[in-house]
Design a protein. Structure first.
Length: 183
């Protein structure tokens, strides 16, 4: 007879958002086509400037990107631990200074803020100079590309845009797809 071992691991936490339940968890839009291209983040620029400037020159204001990895002269990130007593179930921590670090892999999304300005939201895994592997939400304006260009794969979202908007269920602003020019 086969005996099943009972796990002593704690049950994964369940986070319940403070707002009214929205049965549509993932908002999506479809586009018949998209542009795919490579971009090189230029040394000495912030992650924000290295993405936003070249993409704007190509007419791209909304995109999904994959950062293939490379050295940053300076990198800052934060994490979003649960905050059960807060207005939302998570809150970003204060920036964590990783100093010079190697970005192992990242995904950055380009969209527009609630005020229409460019917004870069990036999650990444990194290795610190001490060899520790960390991960979280990069602070794009505070992350400075190192001495060598860093490759990025870009998918432009030309048929619609990503716009930051307040989400009443999570009680935080989120990037959401919208028709272009739909203000």
């Amino acid at each position: 007879m086969l005996a099943l071992a009972m796990s002593t691991a704690p049950r994964p936490r369940t986070l319940i958002h403070p707002g009214r339940f929205d049965p549509v968890r993932i908002r999506s839009m479809h586009a018949a086509s998209a542009r795919h291209f490579r971009l090189a983040l230029q040394p000495g620029l912030s992650l924000f400037d290295a993405l936003v400037g070249p993409l704007a020159a190509e007419g791209v204001t909304s995109a999904s990107t994959t950062i293939l990895g490379g050295a940053f002269a300076h990198l800052q990130y934060c994490v979003a631990p649960p905050t059960p007593q807060g207005p939302a179930v998570i809150a970003y921590s204060a920036p964590i200074d990783a100093g010079a670090a190697f970005l192992i892999f990242g995904n950055a999304t380009l969209g527009k803020s609630m005020h229409g300005a460019p917004l870069v939201h990036c999650h990444a895994t990194l290795r610190t100079a001490a060899g520790e592997v960390k991960g979280g939400h990069l602070i794009p304006e505070a992350c400075i590309v190192g001495a060598e260009p860093i490759g990025v794969l870009v998918t432009s979202l030309d048929a619609f845009e990503l716009r930051q908007a307040f989400d009443p269920e999570t009680n935080i602003p989120l990037l959401q797809p919208r028709e272009r020019g739909d203000d």
